[in-house]
Design a protein around this ligand. Structure first.
Ligand code: PMP
Ligand code: GLN
Length: 391
């Protein structure tokens, strides 16, 4: 039987697999150290696993409510009240199967055919394809290394009468940079002036170092009715495979996004939801995870500095970025990553894989630090030894 392949959607037929999948598959095949895709090595917190075991043994295994278990919706609302002084009731929370599904539901709920959507480059890889699948047109505003600051003038230049939405990822993956308080106020003012929705991908909100507290664009004056905040337990507790996420928005907005969610995944496994709810209620657990990642971040950055790699500034996420040029490496980022995984046995992510539009830097790669120190040291030693063989 022949496949009517010409009827498959061209968005997907012409699309490569994600850079994360590509690098993880290569790492598995080659037995390389995987500092590419972001995930912690080692066991998750024992309390989280205990809560999961209890929910699995004593709780339901059937469809939970479409909006999420009430106990988790309440726990998310209290967590944000406690940690970010956000005043959003449980009715503003819709539980999703990871932040990826939350992004899809939010984008499908607000983007109509022909709408333009502002994205900041580098951009998480899911945004542009989802916007396009919704019939929207992504407009990229490039950010500049090393600080990746938001620049009002270039944002305003990218706004047209068709612009309806901006997507802000703060803290920003892959750079680890965070929006300054002034930037959030500036973006909120632009949303009000140009009547824009803000989709706020804040999955890294709890992975901020050096005592920096997270503030959401949703908390800015006037934003409660036009911002959709997205979070993920995968990042808060280091369990990326769980795929428990959520959106937080004004209850009437959340109710509409839930209509998109009900035909994407409909629900999320109840035992995972119950375990996340219990863990969010524990005042120490998220902080304990953060303390561990602060150590792994220091360990990776120290090893990189010892071996003469130039690390870009960053104060959040599980990632550190290396400036290849400043580290004495003439390869571009894609060549570096493709060769390093094969020749040095270390996987990384080239920043240009997360970039569309103008101004793409090709001299920066991302490394994931939430690994045991011995693994980080071995990876950096391998990279340094390999660098010395390059011309
Ligand atoms: N947004 C960003 C910025 C991310 O970095 C990630 C995952 N690393 C996601 C969304 C997806 O999160 P989840 O695994 O919960 O779907
Ligand atoms: N967001 C993860 C990262 O940045 C990857 C998620 C995925 O592979 N889809 O590494």
């Amino acid at each position: 039987m022949t496949t009517p392949s010409s009827h498959l959607h061209p968005i997907y037929t012409d699309m490569p697999v994600t850079i994360f999948e590509h690098m993880s598959a290569l790492s598995r095949e080659l037995g390389a150290i995987n500092l590419g895709q972001g995930f912690p090595d080692g066991a998750p917190p024992a309390a989280l696993l205990d809560a999961l075991a209890q929910a699995a043994n004593q709780g339901s295994h059937q469809y939970p409510p479409m909006l999420g278990l009430p106990v988790l919706r309440g726990a998310v609302a209290s967590f944000y009240h406690r940690s970010q002084s956000l005043d959003m009731p449980p009715e503003s929370v819709v539980v999703t199967s990871g932040a990826t599904e939350a992004l899809a539901a939010a984008i499908f709920a607000v983007v109509k055919p022909g709408d333009e959507v502002l994205l900041f480059a580098p951009a998480y890889d899911a945004y542009a394809p989802l916007v396009r699948r919704a019939g929207g047109i992504p407009r990229f505003v490039p950010l500049q290394p090393p600080l990746w600051s938001l620049d009002r003038e270039s944002i305003v230049k990218a706004i047209t009468p068709r612009t309806r939405v901006l997507i802000l990822n703060d803290p920003l993956n892959p750079t680890g940079s965070v929006a300054a308080a002034d930037d959030l106020a500036m973006l909120a003012a632009l949303c009000l002036e140009y009547d824009l929705w803000a989709i706020c991908d804040e999955v890294w909100e709890n992975v901020r170092f050096d005592g920096l507290r997270h503030a959401s664009l949703l908390a800015e004056p006037g934003m409660a009715g036009r911002a959709i905040k997205i979070g993920s337990a995968g990042k808060i507790f280091g369990v990326t495979g769980w795929k428990v996420g959520w959106i937080v928005a004004a209850p009437d907005v959340a109710a509409v996004i839930a209509r998109a969610h009900q035909f994407l995944t409909f629900t999320t496994p109840p035992m995972l939801q119950a375990a996340v709810a219990e863990s969010l209620d524990d005042p120490q657990l998220a902080d304990a995870c953060l303390a561990q990642w602060a150590e792994s971040r220091s360990a990776l950055n120290a090893a990189l500095a010892r071996h003469g790699f130039a690390v870009l500034p960053g104060s959040a996420t599980w990632f550190s970025c290396i400036d290849l040029r400043a580290s004495g490496i003439a390869l571009d980022d894609c060549n570096f990553s493709e060769r390093a995984v094969r020749e040095a046995g270390v996987a990384s992510i080239p920043l240009s894989a997360l970039w569309e539009g103008d101004g793409m830097p090709r001299h920066i790669v991302r490394l994931c630090h939430c690994k045991p120190e011995s693994m980080l040291n071995e990876a950096v030693e391998k990279l340094a030894a390999w660098r010395s063989t390059l011309e």
